[in-house]
Every structure is written in structure tokens, then in C-alpha cells.
Design a protein around this ligand. Structure first.
Ligand SMILES: *Cc1c(COP(=O)(O)O)cnc(C)c1O
Length: 400
């Protein structure tokens, strides 16, 4: 059986998105910035995509939507804009979480080198930040709070409406990396007081290499890519109209069917969680309730996540042992260690990210194979032997 359970790394292109992509590649080859008919026909496709995206997140105006090359670029642009814009007013302090995606963390590190001060908040043991910690961290000179909507590794969903209301009341800009949340959880940028928000096409069955930055009117963006005046002068480069139209179609399909899709995915997730609970000295990472509908992140003591992953792949099960960016290094995940999971437990972790095309039968298969693979590797592990004969201490209780 083949089971794709790595949808947090990327999703497959949906038929709707593929059809739109092909339609545009065949029929809309004009440059939307050209004044002739072909250009203007293509401009209409772009306008339609912008209106669709604005509708999906309840943006006030489609001109608050900027198309980028992906989630990473949107994250970079949001942080650089807030920092560079507000430092002129003496605001040189930024707040984020230590469990953010590297698109955020590495941009923050760059800003630190430029003289900004960054507070990296640590979430609680369940992976969720305490809003009071955000409130305590806000200072007179705080320019921006950037807190991800939902974590890509262990799925915890952050208290976005509460943080949005707090930032608005303190006059601090609020950005959220909603790459994992878009089309999976309801997003309303107005009701949630979100000033800037990032999304990425390939995380909701759109194409790779296209993303979205929402920036509320009144926020001054700085350019990450300099050149022509595309995207109202804020993102140079001839616009990828087919990719953008396909991304908008995928987002709309995901948002229109969110309730039905996500109740199915939640059921699968909870079935998988139930099925793994009887493995001793193993644990679910991240809040059991406030988590992405499809995310199951599990630590197994005494084994390496990478070994489990490669063995599961032999059975046709594709998952992840951390985020795709860190899985080639043997460093444990900064997300798991950042929320206090012991290093030994972080090393033995697997992430399954399910989506609407997964089935109950596939989940039964995952449960069966995970049990057998964990047993197999534990039976060969000197580390596990030490745990069993008491020469080494457990870091996870026998049962949750
Ligand atoms: C995938 C991801 C990104 C990066 O998006 P790209 O489009 O791949 O650049 C950023 N943040 C989170 C939370 C992600 O999951």
C-alpha cells in the first residue's frame, strides 16, 4: 500500500489547480503589464485571483494581496518591512517564537545583525505560547510581533485572535506565518486583527514557487526583489500568472470544502493518535486538541526517527522525521527541543501529516507498520537495552 502522509512538507497538485494551470499556460501568455489586448486579458485573470484570495481570508480589499515566490519570500518581506519601516521611528525590537519556521528565524537573525533586538518566546510544554508572555514581552520600542498560525512540525495552533487583539491594543504590528493554516483552519484577517499574513500555494494543493503576502492597507512594504513596478511596485518580476491563478483556485477549493475535508482529516488524525497510544515510552508532541487537523507528531524512546522513516518508506509509507529542512542533518528538531521535548525524545520523532485524500484503511496500515518497525528497531538498539535494564533513565513515561 502507498500512503502519502507528508502533506506538511508539500501537497500534491489538485485536479482543479492543474486544470487552471494548463488553461492559463495555453490561453493566457500575455504580460499583464502590457497595455495590448493579450496583456489585458491576462491582467483580468490576475485580478480575479487576487479577489479570490482576498475573499478566502476576508481581506477588506484585493489590493492588500501581494503575490510572491512562496511562503519564505512572504515571511522575509513581512519582517523586513515592519523592521525597516518602524526603525525610523526608533522601534528596534521584534518578538517571535523559538519554534517558528526558518524563514522567520533566519530573517530575524539577519535583523539582529543589523542592530535589531529580537525576543524569542518559548511556548508552553504543549507547544502553545502563553498570551501573557507575549504581553510581558511588548515594550515601548516593539515594532512587530510575528507568531505562526500553526506549527509545521508538531501542529500546535497558536491563540491568534488573542494575540491580534493584544497587538492592536498596544499599537504593535502583528504578522502571522499562516502557511500551514491556510485552507485548513478558518482565517479572517479583519476579525483576528492580523496586519500581515503569509501563505504558500504548495501547502494547499496549489503549485510550488508561488505564495501570498497579505498586508493591510496602510502598511508600507519594502522590496525584497527590486526591479519593475509589478505588484504595485512592491515585488518586481514578470508575474507568474498561471501559477497564481492555479494557487487561487486551490485555495478557494480548500476553503469552500474546509468543514467537510477537515472533519474527515480530524477523524483520521484522532484514529492514528489512538492507535499509537499503546506503544510504551512514546508520546504525542504538541497540544492534543488545539492542533492542525492532520498533524500527528510522535516521539519513541530508544530509536532514531530517521531509521523509522526509512523503514516505513520500504512499506510505502511516506512521512517525516522533523521538518524537511532539518531532516538532512542529524540535529534534533529546533521545534521539539524549543518546546522542551528532551533531546533523546526529539531524535526518535516522526511526523505524519494527513490530508483529505487519506483513508481510514491507510491509517490502520500506518498503525500496524509503526508498531512493528518500532519493535524491530528497539530490539536492535543498545540504547533501548540500557533503558530496559535501568542503566539509563527514561525521559518519557511508560504510558501517556
Ligand atoms: C513550508 C513553510 C514555509 C515556506 O514556504 P515555501 O513556499 O516553501 O517557501 C514557511 N512557513 C511554514 C510554517 C511552512 O510550513
Amino acid at each position: 500500500m502507498k500512503v502519502y502522509a507528508d502533506n506538511a512538507a508539500t501537497t500534491y497538485l489538485s485536479k482543479t489547480a492543474r486544470d487552471k494551470l494548463i488553461e492559463c499556460l495555453d490561453n493566457y501568455n500575455g504580460n499583464p503589464n502590457s497595455l495590448h489586448s493579450d496583456g489585458q486579458r491576462t491582467q483580468e485573470v490576475l485580478d480575479e485571483a487576487r479577489a479570490i484570495v482576498a475573499g478566502c481570508i476576508n481581506a477588506k480589499n484585493p489590493n492588500e494581496i501581494y503575490f510572491t515566490s512562496g511562503g519564505s519570500e512572504a515571511d522575509n518581506q513581512a519582517l523586513l518591512s515592519a523592521a525597516r519601516g518602524l526603525s525610523r521611528k526608533g522601534k528596534k525590537h521584534l518578538i517571535t517564537l523559538n519554534i517558528e519556521h526558518h524563514a522567520i528565524l533566519h530573517t530575524m537573525a539577519k535583523l539582529e545583525k543589523e542592530g535589531f533586538e529580537v525576543t524569542y518566546l518559548k511556548p508552553q510544554a504543549n507547544g502553545i505560547v502563553d498570551v501573557r508572555d507575549v504581553e510581558d514581552a511588548i515594550r515601548e520600542d516593539t515594532a512587530l510581533v510575528s507568531v505562526m498560525f500553526a506549527n509545521n512540525e508538531m501542529g500546535a495552533v497558536q491563540p491568534i485572535p488573542e494575540i491580534g487583539a493584544l497587538c492592536r491594543s498596544k499599537g504593535v504590528l502583528f504578522h502571522t506565518d499562516a502557511v500551514q493554516a491556510a485552507a485548513h483552519l478558518p482565517i479572517d484577517v479583519q476579525a483576528m486583527n492580523i496586519d500581515m499574513l503569509s501563505m504558500s500555494g504548495h501547502k494547499f494543493h496549489g503549485p510550488k514557487g508561488v505564495g501570498i503576502l497579505y498586508a493591510r492597507n496602510g502598511i508600507r512594504l519594502v522590496n525584497v526583489i527590486e526591479g519593475g513596478a509589478q505588484e504595485r511596485g512592491k515585488r518586481a518580476g514578470t508575474v507568474n500568472v498561471p501559477g497564481i491563478a492555479a494557487m487561487a483556485a486551490a485555495l478557494k477549493e480548500g476553503c469552500d470544502n474546509m468543514d467537510a475535508n477537515m472533519s474527515h482529516v480530524r477523524k483520521l488524525r484522532d484514529k492514528l493518535i489512538d492507535g499509537l497510544k499503546d506503544i510504551p515510552y512514546s508520546q504525542l508532541n504538541g497540544d492534543p486538541v488545539n492542533r492542525l487537523p492532520g498533524n500527528v507528531n510522535w516521539s519513541f524512546e530508544g530509536v532514531e526517527g530517521e531509521s523509522l522513516l526509512l523503514h516505513l518508506d520500504l512499506y510505502g509509507i511516506e512521512c517525516s522525521s522533523g521538518s524537511a529542512c532539518t531532516s538532512e542533518s542529524l540535529e534534533p528538531s529546533h521545534v521539539l527541543t524549543g518546546m522542551g521535548v528532551p533531546v533523546e525524545a526529539a531524535h526518535g520523532s516522526l511526523r505524519f501529516s494527513l490530508d483529505s485524500d487519506n483513508t481510514e484503511e491507510q491509517v490502520d496500515y500506518i498503525i500496524e507498520k509503526v508498531h512493528s518497525v518500532v519493535d524491530l528497531y528497539r530490539s536492535m538498539s543498545p540504547y533501548w537495552e540500557d533503558l530496559m535494564n535501568g542503566t539509563r533513565e527514561h525521559c518519557i513515561p511508560e504510558y501517556m
